[in-house]
Design a protein around this ligand. Structure first.
Ligand code: ADP
Ligand code: GN1
Ligand code: MG
Length: 365
């Protein structure tokens, strides 16, 4: 770590005197710390500029989106301090600080009385998360999408994710292909699936909307008392996308009863009850805007987002673990294993999943 958090934070308009900064949370991308002063707590982050090539554009998006949300929350009589992120400005009034080593930093108000979860502990929490992600999408319905920068190009282009995996395997820079052959072949067999959403967007069969694009359970703060999904966080990838990306990614992460890097794959499966619970919450918010075609692709999107994420973990393993944070040597390989086990299980349950989606939507029409 080539930065001193106390020194960096002195460039921001924070309340009180610095006491400590401790690593915080389980995000895979940014470096996150809980910053404590003698008055308040904050979230201090070093933005990962290997992943986000243009951090100022990321911050521009976040300011636009949070200001937009703040107005809606105010109109609805909500609590703007807890229901969206608050960016703490620098002494110069900027949304980020860049140091002499080209590190980019930002500070958020710490949202109190709520936390994020790594796995679903209570189905109600998952239902509430679904409602919040649905509401988030609704609130951004009329947001002028042309104002948003594409913070990561082709983020959910599953076809390109597939091509990247093949390139990494062909290069096999770290000599890991033999070890991952089975997983690699699993992905190769599903090449034709990769175009299902991307092609539907290209053909104009499903709409582009402003979406979150990273809707896993630990990107939503659940209130400790009411268990409502109080605030959608991690807004780095808010950009034009498909509602199916947001739905599918929540199912990928939340319906797996285990951690994302579970070693014992016999414990990993897609909990279809949780699929139903999430779908009910999500559609209760989006029933009026979701299209017929999107409804037909809901179940498939869960599989595709899981396949895509598995391919990304596998690509990163083949490329020497440079993208996702890892805490031990084969973590990306274990993550790949859980994703592909989930994909296989979803394939077996696909008819049932589709029927659940049709039934829930039927009841709401
Ligand atoms: P990453 O992009 O690395 O996933 P996140 O922005 O999601 O980083 O932050 C990592 C974790 O830090 C979150 O999962 C959450 O637990 C916590 N966190 C982030 N922002 C806040 C906030 N404003 N208040 C409280 N906790 C937060
Ligand atoms: C990353 O940043 P975080 O941990 O919320 C990743 C997502 C993956 C997810 C897998 C910007 O999310 O796309 O689905 O890990 N974010 C980025 O857990 O790549
Ligand atoms: Mg996150």
């Amino acid at each position: 770590m080539n930065y001193d958090i106390k020194k960096v934070s002195s460039n921001f308009k924070i309340d009180g005197n610095f006491i400590s900064a401790e690593p915080y949370g389980e995000g895979h991308i940014n470096s996150t710390f809980l910053l404590t002063t003698d008055k308040k707590q904050y979230i201090f982050q070093r933005i990962n500029s290997d992943v986000f090539k243009n951090p100022p554009e990321v911050m521009e998006n976040i300011i636009l989106v949070t200001e937009y949300l703040r107005n809606i929350i105010k109109e609805n009589g909500g609590d703007v301090k807890r229901e969206t992120l608050t960016v703490i400005p620098t002494l110069d009034g900027a949304s980020y600080y860049k140091d002499e080593n080209d590190n980019y930093f930002r500070i958020y108000d710490f949202i109190t009385g709520a936390k994020t979860y790594q796995t679903v502990e209570k189905p109600e929490d998952f239902y509430n998360a679904a409602k919040s992600f649905g509401r988030f999408q609704n609130m951004l319905n009329s947001f002028p999408s042309e104002k948003l920068h594409e913070t990561i190009k082709n983020f959910h282009n599953t076809k390109i994710r597939f091509e990247n995996l093949v390139k990494a395997a062909e290069k096999d820079e770290f000599g890991r292909l033999d070890e991952v052959r089975e997983a690699y072949e699993f992905a190769l067999k599903r090449k034709d699936d990769c175009g299902i959403i991307v092609d539907a967007i290209e053909k104009g069969e499903i709409p582009l909307r402003v979406t979150h694009n990273d809707t896993k359970l630990n990107n939503i703060m659940i209130d400790d008392e009411t268990h409502e999904g109080i605030c959608v966080i991690d807004l780095d990838t808010v950009m034009p996308g498909s509602l199916l990306y947001d739905f599918g990614d929540s199912i990928r992460f939340g319906t797996n009863p285990c951690e994302e890097d579970e070693h014992d794959l016999s414990k990993v499966y897609m909990d279809i009850n949780l699929f139903e619970v999430y779908l009910k919450g999500f559609l209760s918010e989006l029933k009026d805007s979701i299209t017929e075609k999107e409804v037909k692709l809901l179940a498939m999107s869960a599989k595709l987002m899981t396949l895509e994420c598995g391919m990304r973990f596998l690509t990163d393993y083949l490329e020497g673990d440079v993208y996702f944070k890892t805490h031990y040597p084969k973590q990306n390989l274990y993550r790949t294993g859980t994703q592909f086990k989930m994909v296989a299980d979803m394939e077996e349950k696909m008819d049932e999943m589709n029927k659940i989606a049709e039934d829930i939507m039927g009841g709401l029409r």
